[in-house]
Design a protein around this ligand. Structure first.
Ligand SMILES: [Zn+2]
Length: 113
């Protein structure tokens, strides 16, 4: 019988193999920690000031900026994305956010007067 479960070395939970990222260097082809742990580890690692600085410097590179801009432009043109946005636009959540933003703008204007 094929083993489809694996114990995560980080959180200790036994999870389905689907819950692990691929790692070609490992015997079973999966990482030793689950996706969830891997993600939270990444986030934690990126929280250090040096890391933050590095990420910021990377994102400010003109070629990276351009690539990200092009990517976002292409992405927002996708019909599926536009449709999702249209649907979201009509939700109460989106309406509330817009209202909040409008109010904030008003407050800022008032402060400047
Ligand atoms: Zn885990």
């Amino acid at each position: 019988m094929e083993n489809t479960n694996k114990k995560c070395t980080q959180c200790g939970y036994t999870k389905d193999l689907e819950a692990y990222y691929k790692d070609a260097r490992r015997k079973d082809g999966k990482m030793s920690m689950c996706k969830q742990c891997f993600k939270s580890n990444l986030i934690e690692r990126n929280k250090t000031p040096e890391k933050k600085q590095k990420i910021k410097a990377y994102l400010e590179k003109p070629e990276v900026k351009k690539r990200r801009y092009e990517y976002n432009k292409a992405y927002s043109r996708l019909e599926s994305v536009r449709e999702k946005r249209r649907v979201y636009h009509r939700t109460e959540h989106a309406k509330a956010l817009r209202k909040k933003r409008r109010l904030k703008k008003l407050m800022n204007l008032r402060e400047r007067l």
